[in-house]
Design a protein around this ligand. Structure first.
Ligand SMILES: C[S@@+](CC[C@H](N)C(=O)[O-])C[C@H]1O[C@@H](n2cnc3c(N)ncnc32)[C@H](O)[C@@H]1O
Length: 419
């Protein structure tokens, strides 16, 4: 772990390329997050609480020898950038006022000393003195409750907070912390790093119980099955898929997006899970992936049920490297085509059809598509006569661009049932 060592007086540690990708995602997401929160020009003020639970020392040198910011500075820069965008785009006479509190937690005192010095040098001394930036030394899991309470005190009504949980491995964020965050903060969002490859390498019949205890989940595989699964050529795919289901179903977030980052060399896939309680938050994250597709890969399938056959592993059964889903224009076309083929069959069951809202909420976690992409696919199917969309009067909709949540989706032959 020496590349994360920060010692005041020494040069900052090396940041590997895949971690730069992680920072790019964080920055892009925060800008989109802010723009979504401040969508109305009349809004004068915005209050945000961001918890960087594994904050590090705040500065690195990248593989090209250039100094680059660590996550606390990525967060501060992104908020500044987003504020400028809001002021320009909304042509504001008075700039938006930002009441940001950034809580930085790290168990390493050297990292925090380095961060304090870096922040001071960059002109954040007054924010540190006024506790707008708080540095907290210790284990994240121990400080999580206090961070939740602080976020709650600052946002009693909307319960808005963002937790950036960039752990080294997979066991420093117990699931009970995630449950507490979502139970106490109505609009909380979490960006969780999870080193799935190291967990897969580590898990065995003997240590499954230790792992379950350390993070507090129950896996759907028995200890004996773990060893059996590991004998099969595609074991990574099966275990990843199963652990993904276990984690997302037990952390009590309603919405999630499972994106992967794969280091260029060697092993070490990790997940960047975005967890939230609101579909809009999930949609903003999916939109970020589509807009900045050159950075991210996601190893699921297009269309719906992206993980029904498990994740695509690093290697297929013949040992060949597989391509990830890359959020490119081609991927968008493939996604639309796949959804076009899947949707009519998905509407087959209910005689009365279902509302757009029901359809969307039921499926959103299973697709890399955004709401707008699902909406335009439904409208294209409606225009082609493959499905029928009824408006609130029960007649065929004239909508060409947007659907209302209460619009009803049916197969054309189902029409007679409803009316
Ligand atoms: C991957 S680095 C984080 C880097 C930082 N988020 C960034 O992107 O610039 C992980 C950091 O977590 C800290 N850490 C490790 N275990 C921890 C724990 N249980 N609680 C809090 N911090 C921890 C380490 O000291 C290290 O600084």
């Amino acid at each position: 772990m020496s590349h994360y060592d920060w010692v005041v007086g020494n040069p900052p540690p090396l940041l590997k390329r895949h971690s730069e990708v992680k920072h790019a995602l964080l920055r892009n997401y925060l800008v989109e997050y802010f723009l979504t929160l401040v969508s109305l020009p009349q809004q004068e003020k915005i209050r945000l609480t961001i918890v960087d639970g594994f904050c590090g020392g705040g500065l690195y040198v990248n593989e090209d020898g250039i100094e680059v910011p660590g996550s606390p500075l990525v967060i501060l820069d992104a908020i500044k950038e987003a504020a400028v965008l809001v002021n320009v785009r909304q042509d504001r006479r008075k700039p938006i006022q930002i009441d940001l509190e950034l809580i930085c937690i790290d168990e390493c005192s050297h990292a925090l000393a380095f961060l304090r010095k870096t922040l001071d040098q960059l002109g954040y001394g007054a924010d540190l003195a006024a506790d707008r930036i708080r540095l907290v030394q210790g284990d994240f899991a121990r400080h999580c409750g206090a961070a939740i309470q602080r976020a709650h005190d600052r946002s009693r009504v909307s319960g808005r907070a963002l937790f950036v949980l960039d752990q080294y491995g997979y066991s420093a964020v117990p699931v009970v912390c995630l449950r507490d965050i979502f139970a106490k903060l109505k609009h909380a969002e979490v960006l969780l790093t999870f080193y799935i490859d190291s967990l897969l390498n580590y898990l065995s019949e003997k240590n499954l119980a230790d792992f379950e205890r350390s993070i507090g989940i129950r896996t759907s595989l028995s200890a004996q099955e773990i060893d059996e699964v590991k004998q099969s050529p595609s074991w990574r795919v099966h275990l990843q898929s199963s652990l993904y289901q276990d984690l997302t179903s037990q952390c009590s977030a309603r919405f999630f997006t499972p994106f992967f980052i794969r280091p260029e060399r060697g092993h070490g896939d990790f997940w960047l899970l975005h967890l939230s309680q609101h579909w809009k938050a999930r949609d903003v994250m999916a939109g970020t992936h589509w807009r900045h597709h050159n950075h991210f890969a996601h190893y699921g399938r297009p269309g719906f049920h992206m993980f029904s056959t498990g994740y695509i592993g690093k290697f297929d059964d013949e040992g060949k490297l597989q391509m990830g889903f890359d959020f490119s224009e081609i991927a968008a076309t493939v996604s639309k085509d796949t959804m076009m083929a899947q949707i009519p069959a998905m509407l087959f069951d209910g005689a009365k059809g279902m509302t757009f809202e029901q359809f969307f909420l039921q499926l959103i976690n299973t697709t890399p598509a955004t709401r707008a992409m699902v909406e335009s696919t439904l409208l294209a199917l409606n225009e082609g006569g493959d499905i029928t969309i009824l408006d609130e009067t029960g007649g065929a909709t004239r909508a060409r661009v947007h659907l209302k949540p209460e619009h009803v989706l049916q197969l054309p032959s189902q029409r007679s049932f409803g009316f």
